[in-house]
Design a protein around this ligand. Structure first.
Ligand SMILES: [Zn+2]
Length: 477
C-alpha cells in the first residue's frame, strides 16, 4: 500500500498566494467586552480576504513566482519528494515534526514570559498551553509534559473570574483541564475540587431567564463540551448523565424557541443566534451546536427525563432536519456562508466556513449512516484543500492548523490516503512556521486565536504523527 508523505526540508512545499483586501466588516459583531481576552468574534478578526490557493508542489518551495492554477482535485498527485511507507507517516517526516515541535516549544516558553498574566482561557491563554502539554504527554508519555500542564493549570486556578462558563473562553476550560491533569497525577482531592467547581457553573447555564447564548465560544454548547471532555478523559460517570441531559435539553429548548420565534419550525426546528445573527460556523453557529449535540448522543438525553415533554427521537425530529437546512445554504463553490444572512463566499476557516461545517457533516454521517453527508464532507475538503492555507495564521480557529483537522477527520473516517497526504501538506506549511509573511502577531503563543498561534501549530503538528489518534481540541470528543 502506498502512502504519500512529505519528507526532507521543504520537500514539495505548498504555497499560498494571498490577495489582501479590506474586509467589509459586515459580519462584525460587538463581541463581549468583559471577556479577559479580546472578544474572539472571529469574523471581526477577518480583516483580510482569504484567497490563498493551494498550488501544485513547486520545485523550490515558497518562492514568490506567481502560479495561478489551483490544485484541482483531479490533479492531485504526491509531491516530488514523496515516499511510500505503508499506511503511516514516514519516519523521516515524523523526525522533522518532532524537531520542529521542540524548537517551537522553546520559542513559545520564552515568549510566554511576556504574555498576559491574567488570560486564563483555553482560547488564547494559559489553559490552552496546559492543553497543549496534555496533548504532548498523550503523544510522548513524557512526564515532564504532564508537569508543565500542571504548572499552567495551577496558574489558571488563581485567576478564574466566574464571568464565562465555556471550555474555550470561560472558567469551565481551566476547571475541566484541572480535573484531568490532577486525575492523571493521582491527586484525587484537587481533581474533585475542580469537578465540583465545574458542576457549580451549571446554575447559570440552566437558569431559565438566562441571557446565555448557545454557541461554542460563550454559550451552553461550550459548557457541554467541558462535561463531555471530562467524561471522555476520566470515565463515563464522572459527570452524571442527568446533568448532561439537563444541559442538552436547555440547548434544545433554546433552539426550539428561536425557531418558533422566527417561524422556521418546519424548516429548521433548532435555530440559534449569537449577537442577533444566525451564524452557521463551528465557533458561533449552528454547525458547532449541532455537532456538540450529536456528540452527546451516547448519553441518556435521547430519552426524556421523567416528566419532560421531549420527543424521544430528538435526533431525527429536530437535529437532522436542522442539519439539512444548513446543508442547503452552501455556496456553489461548496464553501458555507458565515451566517444565514451573509452571501459573501469569503471565509474558509474553522470558525466560519467549510472547515467547521465539515465536522458536522462527518458526525451526521456517523449518526444517520447516509452517504450524502459523507459526500458533502468530502466536497468541503476540496474547498479547504484549494483555499484553506491561510496567511492570516497557523492557528486553530482561523488558521491553517484548524483547517488541517478536516483532513485528519476524513482520514480517520475513510482511511483514504489522499486525506493523510493533505493533512501532511498542511503540516508542512506549519513546519515552515514564520516564513510565510503572516500578519504581525497579537497573541502569538496562543492555542486558538492569534495570527501566528504557535501553540495551535504545535498541537496540530503533534497530531500528524499519529493521525489515527487525532482529536480536534476543545471541539471533538
Ligand atoms: Zn476564528
Amino acid at each position: 500500500m502506498d502512502c504519500w508523505v512529505v519528507t526532507g526540508a521543504g520537500a514539495g512545499g505548498v504555497r499560498c498566494d494571498l490577495h489582501q483586501q479590506q474586509c467589509d466588516g459586515s459580519e462584525s459583531s460587538g463581541g463581549d467586552s468583559d471577556a479577559p481576552p479580546a472578544p474572539p468574534d472571529c469574523s471581526s478578526l477577518s480583516i483580510h480576504r482569504d484567497t490563498g490557493m493551494l498550488r501544485e508542489a513547486a520545485a523550490t518551495p515558497h518562492q514568490d513566482q506567481p502560479q495561478t492554477k489551483p490544485l484541482a482535485p483531479e490533479a492531485f498527485r504526491p509531491s516530488r519528494a514523496a515516499v511510500a511507507m505503508g499506511d503511516n507517516v514516514s519516519a523521516a517526516f515524523q523526525k522533522k515534526v518532532q524537531n520542529k515541535i521542540k524548537d517551537l516549544l522553546q520559542q513559545m516558553e520564552e515568549g510566554l514570559k511576556t504574555a498576559d498574566p491574567h488570560d486564563f482561557s483555553t482560547y488564547t491563554g494559559w489553559t490552552g498551553i496546559a492543553l497543549l502539554y496534555l496533548q504532548l504527554h498523550r503523544a510522548s508519555h513524557e512526564a515532564t509534559h504532564l508537569q508543565r500542564a500542571l504548572d499552567y493549570v495551577k496558574r489558571t486556578m488563581r485567576i478564574l473570574n466566574g464571568r464565562k462558563v465555556t471550555f474555550l473562553c470561560g472558567d469551565a476550560g481551566p476547571l475541566a483541564v484541572g480535573v484531568v491533569v490532577y486525575h492523571k497525577l493521582n491527586n484525587t482531592a484537587d481533581s474533585q475540587d475542580c469537578l465540583s467547581r465545574l458542576l457549580q457553573l451549571q446554575g447559570s447555564v440552566l437558569a431559565p431567564d438566562s441571557e446565555m447564548p448557545d454557541e461554542l465560544l460563550y454559550g451552553r454548547a461550550g459548557y457541554l463540551y467541558a462535561l463531555l471532555y471530562v467524561n471522555k478523559e476520566i470515565g463515563a460517570d464522572t459527570v452524571d448523565e442527568s446533568t448532561i441531559t439537563k444541559v442538552v435539553m436547555a440547548i434544545v429548548e433554546s433552539g426550539k424557541n428561536m425557531s418558533a420565534e422566527q417561524k422556521k419550525t418546519d424548516r429548521c426546528p433548532l435555530l440559534y443566534e449569537w449577537h442577533k445573527k444566525q451564524y452557521i460556523g463551528a465557533a458561533h453557529g449552528l454547525a458547532g451546536i449541532y455537532y456538540m449535540l450529536m456528540q452527546a448522543r451516547q448519553t441518556e438525553w435521547l430519552h426524556p427525563l421523567p416528566g419532560a415533554k421531549v420527543h424521544p427521537d430528538l435526533l431525527a425530529q429536530l437535529i437532522r432536519p436542522s442539519i439539512d437546512y444548513v446543508r442547503h445554504k452552501r455556496f456553489r463553490s461548496w464553501n458555507f456562508p458565515s451566517s444565514l444572512s451573509n452571501e459573501s463566499d469569503r471565509l474558509v476557516h474553522w470558525c466560519h466556513g467549510a472547515p467547521g461545517v465539515v465536522h458536522m457533516l462527518i458526525m451526521a454521517h456517523k449518526v444517520f449512516k447516509e452517504e450524502k453527508y459523507l459526500k458533502e464532507a468530502a466536497e468541503c475538503a476540496e474547498v479547504i484543500w484549494q483555499r484553506g492555507l491561510l496567511r492570516k495564521g497557523y492557528g486553530i480557529c482561523h488558521g491553517t492548523a484548524g483547517n488541517g483537522y478536516a483532513f485528519l477527520s476524513l482520514y480517520k473516517l475513510t482511511q483514504e490516503k489522499k486525506y493523510l497526504y493533505r493533512a501532511c501538506k498542511f503540516a508542512e506549511w506549519c513546519l515552515d512556521y514564520g516564513t510565510h509573511g503572516c500578519r504581525i502577531p497579537d497573541r502569538p503563543y496562543s492555542l486558538f486565536e492569534g495570527t501566528t498561534c504557535m501553540a495551535g501549530a504545535v498541537y496540530y503538528l503533534s497530531e500528524v504523527e499519529k493521525p489515527e489518534a487525532s482529536c480536534f481540541p476543545a471541539f471533538e470528543i
